[in-house]
Design a protein around this ligand. Structure first.
Ligand code: FUC
Length: 746
């Protein structure tokens, strides 16, 4: 399970990511100059702000009326000025690098046996080479138990390690001071509008001479060196100076082997929960870039698919830990002061996708930062519902940031979409379905879902042409259509299909939750009534799922968002079990997008894997796994939108899981979309809704055996290839073994 190269990287996009959920680094591995680009999840510029358009409330009815009359241009002009916020954002809030650690070794000659690797089984990056007959090794990891980045340099001959280390930060505005064996770097980022950050570095050397000055520490002729870095900001209201020195004091009390061991134990307690084997290939002998190139040339490197799968889990463990901020568009890794899209929290698919693998791949607790984050949006989301729309409940739009803005802003084509929280509730509800924690449901999940549902009840209006309740003004993220009659393009409508799918999900799940919690009967009745009147999924004259309430022609038929298939995935409104009539239309929808160049961003391709898995077409899902590796993957296996964006990694890990196990339709289905290429293999340790831990083994393309541990004692309906078995009450904690015909063995 290694990503490795035989050369250093001079490109951030080829460096190796390490992280503890909060503090991370990209390891370049240079021989003469090592660069570790550093990140801390809360290094954000900006501040809380408020940009509600004061005229929105007044304009809303008119905008709706114009849309019902088909006057798209007029409606958009009015909404752009009169519903969306339009205050200039200065400075723009953005996530930023923490800084860089440079290790300067001077000139090095006679280099041999160079290797730079990331071992995702123990979450340690290693750089090693020989120079002048001395073997040098660097180990780099970010420890969650000790909240520090650790770099250790060793050589196989005493007195061989000589270098200087310095911290720096893009923009050159940080105060950096080296004294004795430590360097501190502080900055109030965003020119004073943003967080205050503190980074501390301590260097411990075995033998050798240390000297320091300016921004650097030099070390001469040491046997080995350890560098510790702690970093924090005042984002969570703590004093980062105290936090970082407390962390440092704790680390200094331990020796390296203890630190290393507790890091590995902690990491593996999460990582080792899932074991995947899809068969063997010879790829492990080759560097990762060569393996990707071989894939591009038509070779299928099955082990690389396994590595890529587990890398998704590695990235989640390394970028999302309870108590922290959620993984952003780049997890926690970002270079410079202006990463793409501010590396923010897009909630019109991207951050939800980040968390798709969390429950199914047995990393449930790693989803908590996302749930807590949505929870933290509530005060602003409530204010937005009231001030912008005059409604109850909570609402947020296509994106947000750690300052929790929720108002509609920006341009119509992406901004006029009030379903960000409603969609996130799908993840929040799933967390309950997998874990079965009723207290979580009562205290955390249901209150969010209920408020999101309250907004939707107020938001929906009757479409005078059909009598159905529709959502609007809204868009189908971030697609456009040709205005009938040839008057250019528009995005905004009354009744984008995706909104109705999200709302249907939310209301149904909130109803179910209120039944479990035995609460809110009158509100439940209201939701039931609304559900019955919600605009249904429609199939167009060309046999595809309609993206909007009216049959409109999309301007970009290969568009990356396939929003109107939300009901297929991540939702469960289109299933073989319940409404197979939509399956064919869903397939046509994907085929049409693909035939027109669809799947061209990494995350879009990853979503398509999930779609085909849900259509139970293993071979088509598999083709898209290959396409993702061939077309949308950087040399270090990070997803390429382009540019680098982490959602595709997470979406693909989720998609491969969906090929092997599904549980969204009330049953635990084994190998629903096993491709013909994966003849023999196993996946152990997955989770299914209802609290079942599932091990699956297959041979000759068919199920050999399944082992299921019932964590909660729920009833189990197991299906495989048309065969079914029902156990009306399982015993909590008991392990059940099934044969290839889903027959109970013991
Ligand atoms: C969505 C997508 C873009 C990009 C951005 C961060 O809006 O449409 O492709 O991924 O998020």
């Amino acid at each position: 399970m290694k990503i490795w190269f035989n050369q250093p990287s001079d490109n951030w996009n080829e460096a190796l990511p390490v992280g503890n959920g909060r503090l991370g680094a990209m390891v370049f591995g240079g021989v003469e100059t090592e660069r570790l680009e550093l990140n801390e999840e809360s290094v954000w510029t900006g501040q809380p702000r408020w940009d509600a358009n004061p005229n929105a409330l007044k304009n809303l009815p008119r905008v709706r009326q114009l849309l019902f009359e088909g006057k798209y241009k007029d409606a958009e002009a009015m909404a752009q000025n009169g519903i969306l916020g339009n205050k200039p954002r200065n400075p723009v809030a953005t996530y930023q690098t923490l800084g860089d650690l440079y290790l300067d070794f001077g000139s090095v000659r006679g280099i041999a046996d160079y290797r730079r690797e990331l071992d995702i089984e123990n979450a340690i990056a290693t750089v090693s080479y020989t120079a002048n007959q001395v073997k040098f090794t660097r180990e780099i990891f970010s420890s969650a138990p000790d909240q520090a980045l650790v770099v250790r340099l060793t050589a196989d001959k005493p007195g061989s390690i000589t270098f200087s280390s310095r911290l720096s930060r893009a923009g050159n505005k940080a105060t950096i001071l080296a004294e004795g064996n430590q360097i501190t770097m502080t900055e109030h980022v965003g020119d004073g509008i943003g967080v205050r950050m503190v980074t501390r570095l301590k260097l411990l050397a075995e033998d050798g001479e240390i000297s320091s000055g300016g921004d650097s520490i030099s070390i001469e002729k040491a046997n080995s060196v350890i560098i510790f870095i702690t970093a924090a900001t005042d984002y969570f209201d703590d004093d980062p100076s105290i936090v970082t020195s407390t962390q440092m004091d704790k680390i200094l009390k331990q020796d390296y082997s203890e630190l290393r061991k507790s890091h590995i134990t902690d990491y593996q307690s999460l990582f080792k929960r899932v074991d995947l084997d899809l068969g063997d290939s010879d790829g492990n002998f080759f560097t990762t870039d060569a393996r990707i190139a071989a894939m591009q040339n038509g070779y299928v490197d099955t082990d690389l698919i396994e590595l890529y799968y587990q890398f998704g889990r590695y990235l989640l463990i390394s970028s999302s830990r309870p108590g922290n901020l959620p993984a952003n568009l780049q997890g926690i890794w970002a270079d410079g002061l202006y990463p793409p899209w501010s590396a923010d929290y897009h909630i019109n698919i991207n951050i939800q996708m980040n968390y798709w693998p969390s429950e199914v791949t047995n990393l449930s607790e790693l989803q908590e930062p996302f749930i807590d984050f949505i929870d933290a949006l509530r005060p602003n989301a409530r204010r937005t519902a009231t001030e912008v729309y005059g409604m109850n409940g909570i609402v947020a739009h296509y994106t947000t940031d750690p300052w929790h803005f929720t108002e509609p802003t920006g341009a119509i084509g992406y901004g006029m979409w009030p379903m960000g929280i409603a969609w996130s509730c799908q993840n929040i509800w799933d967390h309950y379905l997998f874990g079965g924690d009723v207290e979580y449901l009562r205290k955390k999940s249901y209150p969010i879902m209920k408020e999101a549902a309250e907004f939707c009840l107020d938001w929906l209006v009757v479409n005078p042409a059909t009598g159905y309740l529709v959502s609007g003004p809204s868009i189908s993220p971030e697609n456009k259509f040709r205005i009938p009659g040839g008057n250019g393009n528009a995005s905004m409508v009354m009744g984008p299909t995706m909104d109705h799918m999200i709302i249907r999900d939310l209301l149904q799940n909130t109803i179910d939750a209120s039944i479990i919690l035995e609460t809110d009967k009158p509100f439940r009745k209201k939701m039931e009534k609304t559900l019955a009147r919600l605009a249904p999924i429609q199939i167009g004259s060309d046999g595809r799922i309609m993206e909007w309430s009216d049959e409109l022609e999309e301007s970009e038929p290969g568009h990356r968002h396939i929003s109107h298939l939300y009901g297929l995935h991540p939702g469960n409104q289109i299933t073989q079990q319940h409404n197979a009539e939509y399956l064919e239309a869903a397939r046509k929808t994907i085929d049409y997008r693909l035939a027109n160049g669809g799947g061209h961003t990494g995350w879009s391709r990853a979503w398509i894997i999930n779609f085909f898995a849900r259509l139970k077409d293993g071979d088509a899902a598999y083709e898209n796994v290959l396409a993702l590796l061939r077309k949308s993957t950087l040399k270090n296996l990070l997803d390429n939108h382009p540019p680098f964006q982490i959602d595709g990694n997470f979406g693909a890990t989720a998609g491969i899981t969906e090929m092997l196990l599904q549980s969204h339709a009330g049953e635990v289905e084994l190998l629903p979309a096993l491709p013909s290429a994966w003849k023999e293999g196993h996946i152990h340790g997955l989770m299914a809704r209802g609290g079942f831990e599932v091990d699956i083994d297959w041979k000759n393309g068919i199920l050999k055996q399944a082992k299921i541990i019932s964590k909660l004692g729920n009833p189990l309906k197991l299906i495989y290839a048309g065969k079914a078995l029902e156990i009306s009450s399982t015993q909590k904690g008991k392990e059940y073994l099934f044969g290839g015909d889903v027959n109970l063995l013991n």
